[in-house]
Design a protein around this ligand. Structure first.
Ligand code: SF4
Ligand code: SF4
Length: 308
């Protein structure tokens, strides 16, 4: 680990402000100092976690309470104690994850080849992972929509959020931290931007399911009739050849729907496990493309432009 020069001050001479100023000035200098050292905003969880650790170590609340009554020498000693505590905490954890959970709240990890071991150890099962198939629309790291070219397996997210399924917000902790996926281990929010994923490293369903032929055969049949390339082509051709395109669309929709139903009712798999085996329902894909597909009581699909 490369040792960083720790200067212990952010202004040429903050001491005059510290010597004469009230406790609020001292607190503001302290926060400014820590922000610069960490290169993180005060709102970031990393900043807040490190700050809490340092302030506990230096008994900052007591220092703050006494500050206005301290003489210059006592202030110098108190400030030094704070900076020494900062140095101890930061040097102990410099360029390491402080487990603040900010990245866990923003998204769940994509699984990579080394994560196969997590299935073998049963840390991960079909219920905690879902599949994004080629052709799915996702939001990339710049926040722009992107169409996937290759399959990705991801840890599920807490419904209605992007938060990783394994993250426990109440305790800021990961339920599988010692066995967390490879992408979580590589996450370095303090350094240069994390490099793009190498697609050759992605874990996929074939690696996990090819040894279970009765399941893999279903996956390949589903890909043939309900693949997003076929559905995407049908959507594009809806205007030019409505009959043929509509037929392909309804065939894919029905196959996708009844296969999921069969997996749940006859194989007794959870809805979550079907999203791993078959990917997200086709109705969701159509919704992302502005179409609501609803099942009628007669068991057929009705397609309407999305109105919400
Ligand atoms: S890698 Fe994630 S959990 Fe670790 S300090 Fe950075 S944002 Fe927090
Ligand atoms: S698996 Fe754990 S470390 Fe990784 S994103 Fe989820 S909660 Fe965070």
């Amino acid at each position: 680990m490369k040792e960083k020069k720790f200067l212990g001050k952010i202004r040429q001479d903050p001491w005059e402000s510290l010597a004469k100023g009230p406790r609020e000035v001292m607190a503001s200098l302290w926060q400014e100092y820590l922000q610069e050292i960490l290169n993180a905003t005060q709102k970031s969880k990393r900043y807040q976690t490190v700050r809490r650790q340092i302030e506990e170590k230096a008994d900052f609340p007591e220092m703050y309470r006494q500050w206005n009554d301290l003489d210059v020498e006592a202030r110098a000693a108190a400030w030094k104690r704070l900076i020494t505590a900062a140095k101890d905490v930061l040097w102990a954890g410099w360029e390491t994850c402080v487990r603040c959970g900010e990245c866990c709240e923003l998204s769940s990890p994509t699984l990579l080849a080394p994560d196969l071991a997590l299935f073998q150890k049963e840390i991960l099962t079909w219920n905690e992972v879902y599949t994004l198939r080629p052709g799915e629309q996702v939001t990339n790291r710049e926040g722009k929509p992107e169409t996937l070219r290759e399959e990705r397996l991801k840890i599920r997210e807490v419904p209605g959020s992007h938060q990783c399924w394994f993250y426990q917000a109440a305790t800021n902790s990961c339920r599988i931290y010692d066995d967390r996926p490879e992408q979580c281990r590589r996450q370095e929010c303090w350094g240069e931007e994390t490099p793009e994923l190498d697609t050759a490293e992605l874990l996929n369903r074939e690696t996990l399911l090819a040894g279970v032929p009765e399941v893999w055969d279903l996956v390949t049949a589903h890909q043939e009739r309900g693949g997003l390339d076929r559905v995407g082509r049908a959507l594009k051709n809806l205007e030019a050849s409505p009959e043929a395109a509509g037929e392909a669309l309804f065939d894919a929709l029905h196959f996708d729907h009844y296969l999921r139903q069969m997996l749940q009712e006859e194989w007794e798999l959870s809805p979550a496990a079907t999203e791993f085996i078959l990917g997200r329902p086709l109705t969701q894909f159509l919704k992302d493309h502005g179409i609501n597909a609803t099942l009628t009581p007669e068991g057929t699909f009705r397609l309407l432009p999305r109105s919400d």
